[in-house]
Each structure stands twice: as structure tokens, then as C-alpha cells.
Design a binder for this molecule. Sequence first.
Ligand code: SF4
Length: 97
Amino acid sequence: MSDILQKQLSRRELLKGGAMLASIGVLATTAVITSTPAFAGVPQAAMQYRDTPNGKQDCSNCSLYVPGSSAKANGTCKVVDGSISPQGYCVAYAAKA
Ligand code: SF4
């Protein structure tokens, strides 16, 4: 086998090895992400959540609120756990921009 052919084979094998290592990395990352439990949110009491507004501040105009099926239906929150009233409020309130 010529030197050039041996170098090409070595380079090919090196690239194959690199691709295999990258694949293993992707699989390992995917396994970690899929095995991590879903974020449950901070308990309502810990955030002093209440189902009444604080003046004009309420969940419906908070950037962390995820609306329910209608404007009056309870939704969820990206921070606080459980069912969240659109008229609710907590200390994590963050006005929509
Ligand atoms: S962060 Fe607080 S105020 Fe904002 S939506 Fe969640 S519970 Fe409501």
C-alpha cells in the first residue's frame, strides 16, 4: 500500500471516528433531556399567589401568563404551579412589554 493511500485511509478513519463520537454526544444529550422530569413550577404559596389583582397588575397582563381556553378561563404560569386565574397576581409579576 502506498503512503498516500495509507494517509487517506487514516484520515477517513479519523473522520469516521469523529462522526461516531458526535453521534454518541447527541444521543447522550437527548437521553439527559428526555429523562429530566418536567418543570412543575414554584408552589403558589411560595410566590404569594392570590386570585385577586394588585391594582391594575394581574396575571392576564403578565408576560409569564399562559391563557386558558377563554379570556375568563384559568390558565397556567411559566413560573407558578397549578391553575392560575387571569385576575390573579403574585410577587413574580412581570408586565407585558
Ligand atoms: S408570574 Fe405571577 S402574576 Fe405573572 S402570571 Fe404567573 S402567577 Fe400571575
